[in-house]
Ligand binder design. Sequence first.
Ligand code: PLP
Length: 363
Amino acid sequence: MTYERANIAAMTGYSYGEQPDSGDVIKLNTNENPHPPSPAVQAALDAIDVSSLRVYPSATGQALREAVAKHHGLTPAHVVLTHGGDEALRLAMTTFVGPGDGFGMADPSYSLYPVLAQVQDARILRLPLDDNWCLPDNTAEQLNRHGARLTCLVNPHAPSGVLQPAAPLGTLARALDGVLLLDEAYADFVAPDQGYDAIALLRDCANLLILRTFSKGYSLAGLRLGYLLGNPALIEPIASKTRDSYNIDGLSQALGTASISDQAYARKVWGQVRDDRDALRAGLGQLGFGIEPSQTNFLLAQVPDGQAATARRLFGGLRDQQIFVRYFEDPRLANKLRISVGTASHNQRLIAALQQLLSESAA
Ligand SMILES: *Cc1c(COP(=O)(O)O)cnc(C)c1O
């Protein structure tokens, strides 16, 4: 006897990256930011009087909503705050996709998308990416034929880190019958010289939603704070109907506002992450790994050909030394490791450990 809905009983849940308890580990497996949040966040926390928690917070998170709108040159009506980017994905699913409706995604991509689609009992269309992590030419036609009410694409792409330019994504959005959600969880790390700006597409894409999160760029994964940007008509049903009435707690509102208001600090951290990413990429390249050109805070590293050590064995060997990276049991990601960019010293210890493991397996 089971009480679950049939689609829930049939599915497996999301598989999380490991969060080891011990402090003395090198954690490069869940794309957390290795730098602390802005000092303004600590100051905002110190200023909180716990008696303020006696009353409900602002239901719309008004001050933070305004700070987010200002940061992106939009109005508060273009913004809905969410409990992490993950809640934004769930809200898009429950707002735009009914049971039996079509849902579209690229493959491979963020493994939470199909989990949320299965919870909603949606029909999933997986569009296989080519060797350059690009979508097929007839993507819009396939999605429309499938009846996709919502399509989720992550850009820069996870787990490759590769950035697609904004213009073709706008063309795709305009060709779709349903909503296009652009998951920009890693957009903060994109180098300014890329000239990437998908938010400008909102001007003439009525069906476009853009996801952002404080987890990666602002070093606040523990807080659980994200948001969606879109035209007011698309945001309104989420902001006023499908989200929980007080989905953002008062602490998160205060700390999020302090965080996004300190752009000078944020830009410094993003620049540091990019520099460390380039150094890590060079170091892995010297060991023979093939690395995708990442615009994120992680690298997808292909184990060199002719090595006795496979990605799975390297993953295990690193883990034995308390160095955690991500390995996926997915044919498209065969013999690859996804490595988050850590501090310079953690990155150097990773390189040294990999060098050792490769030489041991060659011996
Ligand atoms: C991290 C991440 C998110 C959102 O994460 P939250 O911690 O819930 O904000 C969304 N999409 C992708 C691809 C991510 O990697």
